[in-house]
Design a protein around this ligand. Structure first.
Ligand SMILES: Cc1cc2nc3c(=O)[nH]c(=O)nc-3n(C[C@H](O)[C@H](O)[C@H](O)COP(=O)(O)OP(=O)(O)OC[C@H]3O[C@@H](n4cnc5c(N)ncnc54)[C@H](O)[C@@H]3O)c2cc1C
Length: 390
């Protein structure tokens, strides 16, 4: 072990970086980690590492420039205080002021042309989910990963008024699916439900699923700053998605792992851990599966993919396997990751998924002597808990 700290006192203003192996849970345990803490936390960190069987490889000290605030510890996995306040993410996710919003408003929408519209589902799937791409090259509509756009469907509502816009999460990266810019893609499920013996089709989702290439569509936005991806290439990103909630996650994963995207983004060469936990009813309903399998093959150290296929898999009580059952199953690893300030959690999909996830997180937190109803708002405040459900 290499230790270079010089003489330290309780009033020591330096930051100490501990390089440790075999410390943490699951994925963390396999990696060498660098944990930076101020001196008052150093001793406790060393004790925690020793208790958990970690091997310290080096300790180094760094001067904090006079007048600067003491930096936050860079890895909260060392905290053994159950009610510890989550440390804010190391870098602000994205300067929110730089994020494009409302470039096109409903009164004067952008008119996009449909380039492509195809089914994402395999034979035997339930329902209808399409991937739809629009040409944006004529205007100034641009966006970043995690935002949404509004679509104003053609036609009028029951009162003879133009339809109101519906929001859709963007499924492409800022460079679009062709990586050349000037397009946006959506992942749209047709809403269908039964009422008084007849099948009702959702207005906008049906309009989009039926639309032909070449058609013109009114588009507004972009909107949304809730689901932005942190710029930190070493961040850990846990993604909880059901159905079309995969849309923003697909954009993140393309940005992280798609070769053409990596070539476009020399400033973002993702090196962290991305863990997608995806819920669908049946295997043929899995979305973008081929891409995700390719990322798994190419980046096994960085990408993890867990599926909850409710009508085919069973949870430990013999019931249907939902996404919350997977959260319960992997609670220990999820919480160990959450203790790391570099970890962000994203949840997207139908609103109905929220109570189940909340319940699973409450139980998982309790097993670690943590109180989820206190921890969740703290994570939210630290900009590390991101939810978009509809
Ligand atoms: C931020 C955000 C992101 C979104 N992203 C996506 C996305 O990526 N993909 C996607 O497909 N959708 C997404 N949505 C949902 C989308 O905006 C629309 O709400 C959805 O497509 C339905 O719109 P529609 O016009 O087809 O349905 P509408 O014609 O507007 O019908 C919806 C209405 O039907 C009624 N209804 C619905 N279900 C039932 C039922 N079972 N029984 C009785 N009445 C019912 C309700 O009154 C409901 O308000 C997102 C929503 C938000 C807010």
């Amino acid at each position: 072990m290499r230790v270079s700290t010089g003489k330290a006192t309780q009033s020591d203003g330096r930051m100490f970086t501990v390089v440790v192996e075999g410390f943490g849970v699951g994925l963390q345990r396999r990696a060498e980690r660098r944990i930076t803490v101020p001196f008052p936390q150093l001793q406790r960190l060393m004790q925690t590492i020793a208790q958990q069987g970690g091997r310290i490889k080096a300790v180094t000290a760094e001067e904090v420039p006079a007048g600067s605030a003491t930096p936050a510890p860079s890895d909260a996995a060392v905290s053994d205080a159950p009610a510890a306040t989550p440390t804010p993410a190391k870098k602000a996710p994205v300067s929110h002021a730089d994020v494009p919003v409302n470039l096109y408003k409903p009164k004067d929408p952008f008119i996009g042309t449909v380039l492509d519209n195809y089914s994402l589902l395999a034979e035997g799937a339930i329902g209808r989910v399409n991937h739809i791409t629009f040409d944006l090259s004529e205007g100034n509509l641009h966006y970043i990963e995690g935002q949404s756009i509004g679509i104003i469907p053609d036609g009028e509502d029951a009162n003879g008024k133009p339809h109101k816009l519906r929001l859709y999460s963007i499924a492409s990266t800022r460079h679009g699916d062709n990586c050349e810019g000037g397009t946006v893609s959506l992942c749209v499920r047709q809403l269908q439900y039964e009422k008084d013996g007849s099948t009702i089709n959702g207005v906008c989702s049906t309009f989009l699923c039926d639309i032909e290439p070449g058609a013109k569509v009114k588009i507004t936005g972009p909107v949304g700053k809730e689901m932005l991806l942190p710029p930190d290439e070493d961040a850990n990103v846990i993604m909880l998605a059901t159905g079309t909630g995969i849309a923003p996650m697909r954009a993140y994963l393309r940005r992280m792992f798609e070769p053409s995207e990596r070539a476009r983004n020399p400033e973002y060469q993702f090196r962290g851990k991305a863990w997608l936990i995806m819920g669908v009813p049946k295997t043929p309903n899995l979305l973008y599966e081929d891409d995700f399998q390719r990322y798994l093959a190419e980046y096994p150290e960085n990408f993890r993919y867990t599926k909850a296929i409710s009508r085919e898999q069973q949870n430990p009580s013999g019931g249907r396997m939902y996404i919350q059952d997977r959260v319960t199953e992997h609670a220990d690893e999820i919480f160990s990751l959450i203790e790391d300030p570099k970890t962000h959690v994203y949840m997207c999909g139908l609103r109905g998924m929220e109570p189940g996830i909340d319940e699973a997180m409450t139980a998982a937190a309790a097993a670690k002597n943590l109180n989820w109803s206190e921890l969740r708002p703290q994570l939210k405040k630290a900009d590390r808990w991101h939810v978009e459900t509809y």
